[in-house]
Design a protein around this ligand. Structure first.
Ligand code: NAD
Length: 449
């Protein structure tokens, strides 16, 4: 039995049985049965149905947002943004169906054309930190490319994903095209890795589990895309607008209680402005209100579970901080925001904490900033703050990370590719590139002799 709690109150909000391996097999069989008709649907009809799905999500945005906040703990303002972003993401991929075109290639003796063909049944596995948003990043391209899907959300935050599946049916997406199974990853998720009818695994989660899935997929040469962890750098040069950078820095790392794969949790600051920037960063973090996620002025809610709170505390307990914010004392899984300037070899400077803990690290010059930024097994995102346009581009190009912003924290737009270098992942989500990862490229040569 799954018992779901509101992380802000610890009250039980829902109880439900786990899916079994037989349930997963039944969902895969339903997807397999639905797949031929879905792939055969004319592109314009697939677009129409996905648009209806997106509109239905938009019409239920407030309900989805509240459900997400109660299940996961993110502030209502963030969950409302997420619900609308889910609708926008599905709209984007609805519009992409007819635009994912093949090509004709000049060859001797005939005509050569390429086609993007659906994979069939795809298995989608999502984490708990942005439950419905992560689900939409996979549902959108998977269905637009003509696949049927079985989606396994994180078992602690399944409610909005389950609701999305209901809304899909309500919007007219045929039964079996989108199936949701809820249960532990090692059983329910792993079954999709093992099952021969699942042609691809689209995974978002930790690097540790991602590595295991990649090995599991190797046996059948199953397609796999991975969106994994990060320890992203927020690089502030002395010539930056320091006030602006410092105002944005709390959101870059404390948003969603730091439970964000893109969190810029390493703040690299040029030595000549280190003290000044640190003061400004502390000042702007003081205004970062931690509390009831249903309240309109809350910037940060609780962490997701008692277990995750303990994991974050294993980094923050005893940490010598330069700033520790205020947080409620409980019930609820509360953790204050923290800023620290530890020695560079401290574990907290290198491992993903996935909580509201920022480390601030000095650097000397451009080369030093790039060296420190790239001294990580991760490479998901990052920011550069400078008024020098040439430097911004030089540094952005030299950073070993997939998603960079200049004079901004923002990483995510449904129309632009998103994904990681190194151990932050494999493949890209969002944009037309995502469709490539949910289809096979076929080449056909037609002789004109
Ligand atoms: P997790 O790896 O523990 O779990 C992710 C999903 O995988 C869950 O649904 C889980 O049940 C499932 N799972 C676990 N073990 C499995 C197995 N053996 N077989 C199949 N499925 C299994 O990650 P999490 O704690 O839910 O999420 C946090 C992590 O996700 C962080 O590392 C974060 O950086 C990462 N993340 C990455 C992105 C991105 O886009 N790069 C986005 C969000 C979160």
């Amino acid at each position: 039995m799954l018992t779901l709690r509101n992380p802000a109150t610890e009250a039980v909000i829902h109880e439900m049985p786990h899916a079994t391996v037989d349930d997963v097999d039944a969902a895969i069989a339903a997807a397999k049965a639905a797949s031929p008709a879905w792939r055969a649907l004319s592109p314009v009809d697939r677009t129409r149905l996905l648009r209806r799905f997106a509109d239905t999500i938009g019409a239920h945005a407030d309900e989805l947002a509240e459900l997400e906040t109660r299940n996961m703990g993110m502030p209502l303002g963030s969950s409302t943004w997420c619900a609308n972003a889910v609708a926008d993401t599905i709209h984007y991929f609805a519009g992409a169906v007819e635009k994912h075109t093949g090509s004709s290639i000049p060859v001797a003796g005939g005509v050569d054309v390429t086609f993007h063909e659906p994979l069939g049944v795809v298995g989608l596995i999502t984490p708990w930190n942005f439950p419905m948003l992560m689900a939409s990043w996979k549902i959108g391209p998977a269905l637009a490319a003509g696949n049927a899907a079985v989606l396994k959300p994180a078992e602690i935050t399944p409610l909005t994903t389950m609701r999305l599946a209901e809304l899909a049916l309500e919007a007219g997406i045929p039964e079996g095209v989108l199936n949701v199974v809820v249960g532990p990853g090692s059983k329910v998720g792993w079954r999709m890795v093992e099952h021969p009818d699942v042609r691809k695994i689209g995974f978002t989660g930790s690097t540790e589990v991602g590595k295991r899935l990649m090995v599991g997929c190797a046996d059948q040469v199953k397609r796999v895309t991975l969106e994994l962890g990060g320890k992203s750098a927020n690089i502030v040069f002395a010539d930056a607008d320091l006030e602006k950078a410092a105002l944005a820095a709390p959101g870059a790392v404390f948003d969603n209680s730091g439970q964000d794969c893109c969190a810029r949790s390493r703040v690299l600051v040029q030595r000549s402005v280190f003290d000044r920037f640190l003061d400004l960063f502390i000042e702007s973090s003081r205004a970062w209100k931690v509390g009831d996620p249903m309240a309109a002025d809350t910037a940060m809610g609780p962490l997701v579970t008692a277990g995750h709170l303990a994991a974050v505390r294993s980094y923050s307990d005893g940490l010598d901080t330069v700033f520790t914010g205020e947080a409620p004392t409980g019930p609820g899984y509360w953790h204050p925001v923290m800023i620290a300037t530890p020695a560079y070899d401290a574990v907290v400077c290198h491992e993903e904490v996935f909580g509201p803990v920022a480390v601030v690290i000095p650097f000397d010059d451009e080369a030093d900033a790039i060296r420190i930024c790239n001294d990580s097994v991760y490479g998901l995102s990052g920011s550069v703050w400078t008024r020098d346009g040439a430097r911004a581009l030089r540094v952005a190009r030299a950073m070993e990370a997939g998603t960079i912003s200049v004079n901004s924290n923002s990483s995510v737009r449904y129309a632009t590719p998103f994904g990681g270098f190194k151990q932050s992942g494999l493949g890209r989500e969002h944009s037309m590139h995502a469709l490539d990862h949910y289809s096979e490229l076929k080449n056909v040569f037609i002789s004109t002799d």
